[in-house]
Write a protein that binds this ligand. Structure first.
Ligand SMILES: Nc1ncnc2c1ncn2[C@@H]1O[C@H](COP(=O)(O)OP(=O)(O)OP(=O)(O)O)[C@@H](O)[C@H]1O
Ligand SMILES: [Mg+2]
Length: 229
């Protein structure tokens, strides 16, 4: 079992509003929770309740309007832009709902890409990308481009890519949303396996009760407020 206890993620009184013209829409309010290192939590809630917005804040893709997000005790918004990008690339893996693969690159290249930002990691990177491609069951698809893959296969590439830099925090937005039941289970098994093996803290957004049922902790968003259920 992974070591748990240290704070991996701490969210304090987070609020997020979006301006459109004269009006501001508040999507998240008073969101507060903490995850220990190695914990796994599922985030559920109706469509439009703010799940993706929250995940983007946790993944440093967007900044809270008020409140604070800390990762591993660090406030990433205290860093300059470049440092924050490096920190995010090193620490956070993000699996988007629709995979977001780069169409001009092969499966292998898509998985390898996150490591290329780090010259100190270049040495072992190719081997590690091969290993991850095999791990998600796509060794035989290694040189294919995303357009030649099924939705489930693309999602598995996205998972492998998110793991390339061994993130301590793995964030997944509806990782099984577009998949059939069997493929969804395979992708979910993979996430849990990697969470266990690498002691990564895991946050998964899903509409699936089946997937949600596999987590011990569950956060529910309702009209932008978050509660533990
Ligand atoms: N950039 C933005 N500008 C304005 N409003 C936004 C923006 N991003 C999200 N919203 C609004 O915030 C609300 C929450 O959106 P969000 O995508 O977080 O919901 P969700 O819980 O992920 O929904 P779903 O389950 O459908 O994916 C929605 O009403 C949405 O219109
Ligand atoms: Mg969403």
């Amino acid at each position: 079992m992974p070591e748990t206890g240290r704070s991996a993620l701490r969210v304090d009184d987070v609020e997020k509003s979006f301006r459109s013209g004269e009006t501001a829409v508040t999507v998240l309010r008073d969101v507060t929770f903490e995850l220990a290192s190695g914990e796994a939590v599922v985030v559920t809630g109706p469509s439009g309740s703010g799940k993706s917005t929250l995940l983007h804040l946790l993944g440093l893709l967007d900044r809270p309007t008020a409140g604070r997000v800390r990762i591993g005790g660090l406030d990433p918004w205290g860093l300059d832009k470049e440092e924050r990008a490096r920190f995010r690339n090193r620490s956070v893996g993000f699996v988007f709902q629709d995979a977001h693969l780069l169409p001009q690159y092969s499966v292998f290249e898509n998985v390898l890409l996150p490591a290329l930002a780090f010259s100190d990691r270049a040495a072992g990177a190719a081997g590690r990308a091969e290993e991850l491609v095999a791990r998600v069951g796509l060794a035989h698809r290694r040189d294919h481009r995303p357009a030649a893959l099924s939705g489930g296969e693309r999602q598995r590439v996205a998972v492998a890519r998110a793991l390339m830099n061994s993130p301590t925090l793995l964030l997944c937005d509806e990782p099984t949303g577009s998949l059939d039941a069997t493929t969804a289970e395979t992708v979910a098994d993979l996430l849990f396996e990697l969470h266990r093996d690498r002691a990564a803290t895991l946050v998964v957004v899903t509409h699936s009760d089946e997937l949600a049922g596999r987590f011990q902790r569950r956060l529910e968003l309702r009209e932008g407020r978050c509660s533990e259920v």
